[in-house]
Design a binder for this molecule. Structure first.
Ligand SMILES: Cc1cc2nc3c(=O)[nH]c(=O)nc-3n(C[C@H](O)[C@H](O)[C@H](O)COP(=O)(O)OP(=O)(O)OC[C@H]3O[C@@H](n4cnc5c(N)ncnc54)[C@H](O)[C@@H]3O)c2cc1C
Length: 504
């Protein structure tokens, strides 16, 4: 990382914890995180200096919290304005009873995600271990287990036999001069890669070096049906997390403990909850931000992490440039539904089937992810992960029927895997008014968009995982928060100043 240039001593709030606007559960969880982060926070002292600026951060997800914390550490004044009455954005953990938690949003981290793991360590959050996928596939009416490679029934090229989907994909990427490690470097893509990959879908790229139709179908069963059709430029780094590493973790007690701990370190008194930004006005000497309920905030600069799927609801003066208008209109947003299930035991383990994913196919249940790992309690924890048309089909059904509809279809296809279901429910991202989608990504030919995301619009800077090629990953959210913070103060650094090989 670039060296840290001290502007001021690290300022921290010494005010008592303010929980105004937070739900009791959030306040309690944030309070618990605070006990941990208080030890990390260090002295609380701020100095007035000429370089000190007032920054308004829009959104209290991982990108906004990362940016806010790094600017606060540099001595700037920071206020986070968040539409919801909770902190964490798309990190949202849901209790399953018996001390278990599942994840509506970001579900796991891998050991190829250095920023996330550094932040988790920095805030002393305990990790659970999960399993990478050793799935059962159901494709074209045929079933095959990841553990029984020799028995796979599909028409595959000879050198696609007897090896995992992950290894075969990486071999094809190697044939086109790509590798998972390079794709995760923050400097991805260089101009050559941009020119080669911007207009090609992942399945076409690998078909060009020998991938069979059968393999492309298995890839979709493993990683989601959108995988092959997605533009290679964005899909290669997204897939590199899944296919470049086999060590999976989540935070014991819920992944949203991380944003909670970061919010506590920022100071809850600096976070305004229940404040949906409705207007940003850059005409005056300072930027004015107004919320739907009439509150006003003034600052020298804004970092917006408002997802582009809902940024059209914000009135901006002067209006967006043509580049930004094209960007906001052109980014593609997925709908994802998770069907959350708790079973009496993780009974699938006895069948040699487990992990991320434990099953996948061209069926309406799409993919099943087993996140049980070594979570104590003895019960099984999994979720169905539905996208695109499968997500739409579930959302078209009445809410009380949705989860059972998916679970029953899965049980009909793989009757041996689930024992007694103790709890099930669905969580539809397209129905969340503060995002109306799950992930944003660049469409075919949309490589230019990431450069446009990084370009400030006057005094407005942009962050959020969707402003990076690591969209759909917390690592991307953190990188984007740091990038936006450094546009305002080039000496801004991550908490604890980690050594990150994949340089920003
Ligand atoms: C289904 C699903 C599965 C995922 N799985 C994984 C995974 O396994 N591993 C992983 O690393 N990542 C995963 N992710 C991605 C991860 O959750 C995101 O990368 C990360 O949480 C995004 O953080 P962010 O700050 O960029 O955006 P967000 O968390 O979306 O934050 C944006 C914030 O802006 C706020 N906001 C919106 N409009 C306004 C407004 N008008 N005014 C004020 N505030 C506003 C929102 O309320 C929100 O809090 C998953 C996400 C989803 C949805």
């Amino acid at each position: 990382m670039s060296g840290s240039v001290p502007l001021v001593e690290a300022p921290m709030s010494s005010d008592p914890i303010s929980t105004a606007g937070m739900s009791r559960r959030d306040a309690l969880r944030a309070g618990a995180a605070g006990l941990l982060s208080a030890a990390i926070a260090g002295p609380t002292r701020a100095f007035a200096t000429e370089g000190r600026r007032r920054i308004l951060v829009l959104g209290a997800g991982m990108a906004g919290l990362t940016a806010a914390l790094s600017l606060l550490r540099r001595g700037h004044e920071v206020t986070i304005i968040e539409a919801q009455n909770r902190i964490g954005g798309r990190l949202m953990s849901l209790p399953l009873g018996d001390g278990m938690f599942t994840e509506a949003g970001g579900g796991h981290f891998r050991s190829n995600m250095p920023y996330v793991l550094h932040y988790v360590r920095h805030f002393n959050l305990p990790l659970l271990g999960l399993n990478d996928g050793l799935p059962r596939y159901l494709v074209d009416g045929e079933t095959g287990d990841g553990a029984h490679l020799a028995a796979w029934p599909w028409q595959l090229a000879p050198d696609e036999r007897n090896v995992s989907v992950s290894t075969t994909l990486n071999r094809y990427l190697e044939r086109v001069g790509l590798d998972a490690d390079t794709a995760l470097d923050a400097r991805w893509p260089d101009l050559d890669i941009m020119a080669r990959l911007d207009n090609v879908r992942l399945s076409d790229l690998i078909r060009g070096v020998g991938a069979s139709d059968g393999f492309c179908k298995l890839l979709n069963a493993h990683a989601g049906p959108f995988t092959g059709d997605s533009p290679a430029l964005g899909m290669v780094p997204r897939a590199a997390y899944h296919f470049g590493d086999k060590n999976l973790f989540r935070i014991q007690g819920g992944n949203d403990r991380l944003p909670m701990a970061m919010a506590e370190a920022v100071g809850l008194d600096r976070i305004v909850l229940g404040a949906a930004v409705a207007e940003i006005d850059q005409n005056g000497a300072r930027v004015r931000v107004a919320t739907r309920d009439g509150r006003e905030f003034h600052g020298d600069a804004v970092i917006s992490t408002i997802p582009f799927s809902v940024i059209g609801d914000v009135r901006v003066t002067p209006g967006w440039s043509s580049g930004k208008a094209r960007l906001f209109a052109g980014m593609a947003w997925d709908k994802t539904v998770k069907v959350i299930v708790k079973t009496r035991t993780p009974s699938w383990l006895a069948h040699g089937v487990y992990g991320w994913p434990m099953a996948g196919g061209d069926r309406p249940w799409e993919r099943v992810i087993d996140i049980t790992g070594n979570e104590p309690g003895g019960h099984g924890s999994l979720f169905f992960y539905l996208n695109g048309p499968n997500a739409e089909a579930v959302m078209a059904r009445p809410k009380p029927e949705r989860a059972r509809w998916v679970v029953d279809q899965f049980k009909a296809d793989m009757p041996d895997l689930l024992d007694e279901v103790l709890f099930m429910d669905d969580f539809a991202w397209a129905e969340q008014p503060w995002i109306k989608a799950s992930f944003g990504g660049t469409p075919l030919g949309g490589g230019w968009m990431i450069g446009e995301c990084a370009r400030p619009e006057g005094r407005i800077h942009f962050a959020g995982d969707f402003t990076t090629f690591k969209t759909g990953w917390v690592e991307g959210a953190i990188e984007s928060g740091l990038r936006a913070a450094r546009q305002i103060d080039p000496a801004a650094t991550p908490e604890g100043n980690p050594r990150i090989r994949q340089e920003l």
